[in-house]
Write a protein that binds this ligand. Structure first.
Ligand code: FES
Length: 81
């Protein structure tokens, strides 16, 4: 098994994949919550793609708006959270 996108997950816990200049992908089913209301957001299916460009009309989900808007979502090498 592998941790690379498009490959089967290797862990029981959700993996989050950052797509270059695009959304976050969560492959494994997990609970999602609105940080303001604490209400659970239930995706229709997994994998789910979460917008990180701010352009989606269907937030928190990606609707493809990142394409063509010049969004640079390149991960910073060595980024520390
Ligand atoms: S990342 Fe796809 S619409 Fe924002």
């Amino acid at each position: 098994m592998s941790d690379h996108p498009g490959k089967p997950p290797t862990r029981d816990k959700p993996n989050v994949t950052f797509f270059k200049n695009g959304p976050l992908q969560i492959r494994e089913p997990c609970k999602l919550f609105d940080g303001d209301t604490q209400k659970e957001i239930v995706p229709k299916k997994f994998p789910v793609y979460l917008c990180r460009c701010g352009g989606s009309q269907n937030k928190p989900f990606c609707d493809g708006a990142h394409n063509g808007m010049g969004f640079d979502g390149t991960c910073v090498p060595g980024a520390d959270g």
